[in-house]
Ligand binder design. Structure first.
Ligand code: KG4
Ligand code: ZN
Length: 363
């Protein structure tokens, strides 16, 4: 909607999309505009984290999350619209994450999106949350297809070849725990609070990464999958062996764990880049998304892999790497620009994999 003010010349059509995200423990909404030449701008981005409600339980409790989304979603959407200074009637579409995620929360966000779309006579875009993570780098950095996405969050650990809107190939994934989950479980074993990732990183900064000799699961395998549960078990066994834990031991265990993760990640990403470099979808960039991308040691090591492979590394700013409404709005705009929208019968989905390829067992 709307035409930009400015000097005479070819005018770009601006699309305005509201995005709603409720698949995990963030209630988020945002308004994003996209010009017809693919330039994006975030007009508002409201994220309310439920961290405090879940902290005592050491992880996200689905029932609590769903209830909190019900209480928050209307307010968050209203704030996003007000901050953007946009009326519902001005929207070109309403985008809502339709999965994958905790089904109670997904139902809340998708139903709210459908209600707004129906009441205002606007198209609905039922967005895949993983696709939204995958496309964020096009909003922040105008990255062009194809590229390799490394998605590392509390729920996902995937390497995806992003070839076009709606065209994704799963190159590698975890056969057990997600990377963020491994950080969170390691932290819990060591008595550190939830979420564990930032705590482990903080302790690791003061620790000796060589003190404990931990395994590097899957390192050297031809297919870029991950396995993280064995590493987590190894941390538990070492912690038991050297118990009672001192601050120094906790720091050393965190540093040794993080060093193992860095070795595994750099190896797996290197394999994925090599695999794609000789195929039809040679990546123009390595794009990283998900909460674990906030880890500075991991960021530095990925820069090293990208440099060694002469590949551009793109990591969107931390607030757009974690769950947010802007990525849903943007994915909705990208899909709408290609003529895709969904009916009001779109289903919420707990599971909704990106990419057609099945997991190839490497064990
Ligand atoms: O993407 P995200 O905010 O939420 C989803 O899981 O969807 O990711 C959260 C995950 C948690 O497991 C958290 O421990 C991890 O990201 N994380 C980190 C760091 N900051 C957050 N892991 C390692 N180092 C960090 N600095
Ligand atoms: Zn996510």
């Amino acid at each position: 909607m709307g035409w930009p003010e400015g000097p005479a010349g070819p005018r770009k059509y601006l699309m305005l999309v509201l995005g709603i995200e409720t698949t995990c423990d963030e209630t988020a909404a945002a308004v994003v505009e996209r010009s017809d030449d693919g330039l994006g701008r975030i007009l508002s981005d409201v994220v309310v984290s439920q961290l405090e409600q879940h902290r005592d339980f050491g992880g996200v409790v689905p029932e609590i999350a769903a209830r909190a989304h019900v209480e928050l979603v209307d307010k968050v959407i209203r704030r996003a619209m007000e901050t953007a200074n946009v009326e519902f009637s001005q929207l070109d579409a309403v985008a809502a994450a339709a999965g994958p995620g905790l089904i109670g929360g997904v139902i809340v966000g998708l139903t709210t999106g459908k209600a707004i779309a129906l009441a205002m006579g606007k198209p609905l875009v039922a967005v895949n949350h993983l696709e939204a993570h995958a496309l964020t780098a096009r909003l922040t950095n105008r990255v062009e297809f194809p590229y390799l996405l490394l998605l590392i969050s509390g729920g996902h650990t995937q390497l995806v070849s992003v070839e076009d809107i709606g065209r994704y190939t799963l190159i590698g994934t975890t056969v057990d725990d997600a990377l963020g989950e491994a950080f969170d479980k390691t932290a819990k074993m060591l008595g550190l609070p939830y979420p564990g990732g930032p705590e482990v990183e903080r302790c690791a900064a003061n620790g000796d990464p060589r003190r404990f000799n931990l395994p590097r699961p899957m390192q050297g395998r031809r297919e870029p999958n991950f396995s993280l549960s064995g590493l987590k078990t190894a941390v538990r066994l070492e912690a038991e062996r050297v118990s009672p834990l001192t601050v120094k031991t906790i720091n050393d265990l965190c540093a040794s764990f993080q060093a193992a993760i860095v070795d595994v990640l750099t190896d797996r990403v290197g394999v994925a880049l090599k695999l794609l470099q000789h195929g039809p979808w040679r990546p123009r960039a390595l794009v990283v998304a998900g909460g674990v991308a906030a880890n500075n040691t991991i960021r530095r090591s990925l820069q090293g892999v990208a440099d060694a492979m002469s590949t551009l590394l793109v990591i969107p700013p931390p607030q757009l790497c974690t769950d947010n409404g802007a990525m849903i709005a943007w994915a909705g705009a990208e899909r709408l620009a290609r003529g895709f929208s969904d009916g009001l019968d779109a289903s919420p989905r707990a599971r909704w994999p990106l990419g057609a390829s099945p997991i190839r067992k490497t064990a």
